[in-house]
Design a protein around this ligand. Structure first.
Ligand code: ATP
Length: 394
């Protein structure tokens, strides 16, 4: 299959009369014998036309971004990102660069680390290695190519840590020095909070986020970006029994956040709604953990909370809490009533929101253990309906 892809890319290049290259992570991963299906292609020419021609052969799904002269193709298990070779100018530290068409050498030079600066010349069938990336891969080193690299784009600090853990590489000593200097100089102040959070999400989506977050702490990055809010470094590699893995890990990451910090964090980072809700659920559960003694308390505390928040509690807390959470998921949450709205209707009440109230009350009685059979449910239902008919509050 991969040989076929190479042939197809060569064909498209030849038909268009342009040079094209496979660049970046795919080449790095191939050399390291790692599975990779994300193929980045740089075209010395019109990348969009190239992508359209490529997709004619691949018959995948294509997305075109005219503004950035890029296109993405999803075909089979592969994702192709096609760009026109470009050169970038940094105006201010941390701000997205201006774009100008250029040739492959310029394109390679704008990249973050030497191990990502390899390009495979599709026509010639050979690797272009401008900055000794092959040696650095062999020696397992992350190295920047110029001293202003982290200052130009401080997201590279996160990227360096991500690669070093994912690939089990070390920061080359001078690169590590520059990274420390950049952190100390406050380069993070030039990054938007959106870009910071994007990097945090990328870290939390890795296989081993815990070691990366530990490195963030080691280099005191958390102090620079979270103003004294202590991030959690435990259990970050765990997975979740149900729900959204990224949200779950986000909640573990912010497990130590106090109620008073919540508004500050939300305002500064403008988290997505789900994440804000998850965080406030987590804090509320934590504040009430000491009340968790029986099923009914668990039901009341957990019923409108995000599953990921309950799972984070499960992961972080001791055996007693784990038992209650297990019971909540395995027994309480799966309790179902055998009666429904039709039964209320048959007893002569017209449909209205009172139906929900009645069913909720009976459900609650069931969790409390006051109801044990379908007959009990009916009996209870009749009592509630009578009460409503008499105009009494239930
Ligand atoms: P993966 O997608 O597996 O994390 P990748 O190496 O493909 O690894 P991407 O984030 O997809 O990484 O980026 C693609 C390429 O773009 C990288 O190989 C890198 O050379 C370049 N790149 C990405 N972000 C930056 C950056 N902030 N500064 C310089 N180059 C970058």
């Amino acid at each position: 299959m991969e040989k076929d892809i190479l042939l197809i890319l060569r064909k498209v290049s030849e038909e268009m009369g342009v040079k094209s290259y496979i660049v970046g992570g795919y080449i790095r991963d191939k050399i390291l014998n790692l599975e990779s299906n994300d193929i980045d292609i740089t075209v010395e020419g019109d990348g969009i036309r190239y992508a359209l021609m490529l997709n004619k052969i691949l018959n995948g799904k294509i997305e075109i971004h005219e503004k950035f002269k890029t296109a993405k193709i999803q075909a089979d298990k592969y994702t192709f990102d096609v760009v026109s070779a470009r050169k970038e100018y940094y105006t201010h530290s941390g701000i997205l660069p201006d774009v100008e068409l250029a040739d492959i050498v310029e394109d390679i030079k704008r990249r973050d680390f030497t191990i990502n600066m390899l390009a495979f010349d599709i026509k010639e069938g050979m690797i272009i290695d401008l900055c000794n990336g092959l040696d650095d891969i062999k020696n397992k080193l992350i190295r920047v190519v110029h001293d202003k690299s982290f200052n130009d784009d401080p997201t590279r600090i996160f990227r360096a840590l991500r690669y070093s853990v994912r690939l089990d590489f070390k920061l080359e000593p001078h690169t590590e020095l520059l990274l420390k200097q950049s952190i100390a100089n406050g380069d993070f102040d030039n990054l938007s909070t959106d870009r910071i959070m994007n990097e945090i999400y990328l870290i939390l989506s890795e296989k081993n986020p815990e070691t990366i977050v530990k490195l963030m702490k080691h280099y005191r990055i958390d102090e620079k970006i979270f103003d004294g809010i202590k991030i959690n470094i435990r259990n970050l590699n765990t997975c979740v029994r149900c729900g959204d893995l990224l949200l779950y890990r986000f909640l573990l990451f912010f497990y130590n956040v106090k109620k008073d910090d919540l508004d500050y964090l939300n305002e500064k980072f403008n988290f997505k709604r789900q994440y804000t809700k998850g965080l406030s659920d987590l804090i509320e559960i934590k504040m009430n953990l000491y009340t968790l003694k029986d099923d009914i308390v668990a039901y009341n505390l957990f019923k409108d909370k995000k599953i990921e928040a309950i799972n984070a509690i499960y992961t972080m807390e001791g055996e007693n809490i784990k038992k209650i959470v297990d019971r909540y998921f395995e027994v309480i949450r799966s309790l179902k009533l055998e009666i429904n709205g039709d039964d209320i209707k048959e007893l002569g009440l017209r449909p209205s929101p009172i139906y929900k109230k009645i069913l909720d009350n009976i459900y609650y009685d069931k969790i409390c253990g006051k109801i044990r059979s379908k007959e009990d449910e009916f009996e209870r239902l009749k009592q509630y309906v009578e009460k409503v008919k008499r105009g009494e509050k239930i």
